[in-house]
Design a protein around this ligand. Structure first.
Ligand code: ZN
Ligand code: ZN
Length: 264
């Protein structure tokens, strides 16, 4: 099938050194049909309150340059991963206004202003159920407050940094929270992202995706969340098989903020 990697980070992200050209070459060599560069806008993210951002004008100029040089070989999509927090809604809106992207992801990275990646969060919330539930409640609040994007990013972001005997976030343990998230996604027309970043180590519970389908969801997107070349397109065949198993016949990518569906 035609695969689009709809979640990657280039040098415009503070935590990646990947050049767009080399990433695109890698995508071509893997036989992908397209790639979206979803660099980070995370307002008030750092511990000192500072932002993670880049100049959208420079970014869009670079994307159009790469788009031109890969024309006919690989589709290059402009995108942004918007970091959600309850108190930065107005700032996100004002930062993004006046710029057009093909695609936008809304991602919850912080829980009460703490990113779980450095372990502090889990020291405060050592219980798996409590830690995960708090993350999902934070996401519910964020989506309710701001939903001007295409896709909800990595619903299970937190599992990447967990060190429990079993890190999987099971639908049955959080069915109320997942149902609420899915209802918000359907209400605001948001796609489900299968983010393959953590799936080498932590399998995701297919019940979550099946539930999205049961409640009427139709739009599933795949992204690797690659911050380095080797992770581009990672585990896409396995992800596509899971998506099909959950009852979907299509996988989507976005262009001009509208979904385009490719048959699996
Ligand atoms: Zn993210
Ligand atoms: Zn990302």
């Amino acid at each position: 099938m035609k695969f689009y990697d709809m979640h990657t980070h280039s040098r415009f992200s503070f935590d990646s050194t990947m050049s767009m050209e080399a990433a695109a070459e890698r995508a071509v060599s893997l036989g992908l049909s397209g790639i979206a560069f979803t660099d980070h806008l995370d307002v008030n993210y750092m511990a000192d309150g500072s932002d993670v951002y880049y100049d959208f004008g420079d970014y869009l100029e670079k994307v159009s340059e790469v788009k031109e040089s890969f024309a006919g070989r690989l589709e290059i999509l402009s995108a942004v991963e918007v970091g959600l927090q309850p108190h930065v809604v107005a700032e996100n809106i004002s930062r993004l206004s006046g710029y057009s992207f093909d695609y936008k992801i809304g991602s919850t990275h912080l829980i009460g202003r703490i990113d779980p990646y450095d372990g502090t969060y889990f020291r405060k919330e050592p219980d798996r159920t409590a830690a995960y539930r708090r993350y999902l409640r934070e996401m519910i609040g964020n989506i309710g407050l701001y939903h001007d994007y295409c896709t909800v990013g990595h619903f299970d972001y937190i599992v990447r940094y967990a060190s429990f005997a079993d890190n999987t976030m099971y639908y049955d343990d959080f069915s109320d929270e997942f149902d609420e998230i899915i209802r918000l996604m359907l209400k605001y027309g948001l796609a489900f992202e299968v983010n393959t970043c953590s799936y080498d180590r932590t399998p995701f519970d297919v019940r979550v995706l099946k539930r999205y389908r049961e409640l009427g969801g139709e739009t599933v997107v795949i992204g690797s969340d690659a911050h380095e070349y080797g992770r581009i397109g990672r585990n896409f065949d396995a992800a596509a098989a899971l998506i099909e198993y959950c009852g979907f016949s299509y996988i989507a990518h976005y262009r001009n903020m509208l979904p385009v569906y490719e048959r699996i």
